[in-house]
Design a binder for this molecule. Structure first.
Ligand SMILES: C[S@@+](CC[C@H](N)C(=O)[O-])C[C@H]1O[C@@H](n2cnc3c(N)ncnc32)[C@H](O)[C@@H]1O
Length: 195
């Protein structure tokens, strides 16, 4: 079963846990999540950072593919929801997801002091301050694989690092070869690899 179908099987429980304004499995956000999660196998077999993990849905899905998943979220609410979501999936015993591989940390990316083999940066790079982005760049440059979900439309109050072409330049400078998936969608996915 694909990840979206697995999550849909638990839709009522997930939406109850995440009910405080997070339209996780319905609406526009659901389409973005559904699109993005199809590419997580790109970081298969790696220890990964899920940068800006929010409610932890993508960290949970990554536990199917990755040896270790560290979800970092500075917002207290999103972090707490992620803990509840993991607890639910642990108790439900969903065999595809290895919740014991996931660590959710409530801090800033700039405060992370460990190494990773891959990074999932979904809808987050453009939210980072220059100092946070410097740390993110250090982490990404040590990795062999990276996934970025970009955003074509501009958004006020954030940096330009949502634009697919700028993200490709950013990753290429670190030595990544980039492939763009779903270039015509509002949220193209950029898969970076070093070989
Ligand atoms: C647009 S949301 C994307 C959430 C998730 N990655 C997704 O695509 O569904 C960006 C998330 O990054 C978090 N965030 C922003 N800056 C951060 C930082 N410096 N350190 C940790 N989390 C951060 C926000 O709180 C928010 O939950």
């Amino acid at each position: 079963m694909d990840d979206w179908d697995i999550l849909k099987t638990h839709e009522a429980a997930i939406n109850k846990i995440l009910s405080s304004g997070y339209q996780t499995l319905i609406g526009k956000h659901a389409l973005i999540l559904k699109q993005g999660m199809q590419y997580i196998s790109h970081v298969n077999g790696l220890k990964i950072l899920d940068a800006g993990s929010n409610h932890g849905v993508l960290s949970l899905v990554a536990s199917r593919y990755c040896t270790e998943v560290v979800g970092v979220e500075h917002g207290q609410e999103g972090h707490n929801l992620g803990l509840k979501l993991l607890e639910y999936f642990q108790k439900a015993g969903v065999s595809e997801y290895n919740t014991e591989r996931v660590r959710l940390i409530n801090c800033r990316i700039g405060d992370i002091d460990e190494k990773f083999e891959g990074v999932m940066a979904y809808n987050v790079l453009y939210h980072l301050s220059p100092k946070e982005l410097d740390r993110m760049t250090e982490i990404i440059s040590q990795c062999s694989k990276v996934i970025v979900q970009s955003r074509k439309r501009s958004k006020s109050g954030v940096s330009d690092l949502h634009k697919p072409d700028l993200i490709i330049k950013y990753l290429s400078r670190m030595g990544f070869r980039c492939e763009v998936e779903e270039p015509n969608s509002p949220r193209p996915i950029i898969l970076g690899s070093k070989t």
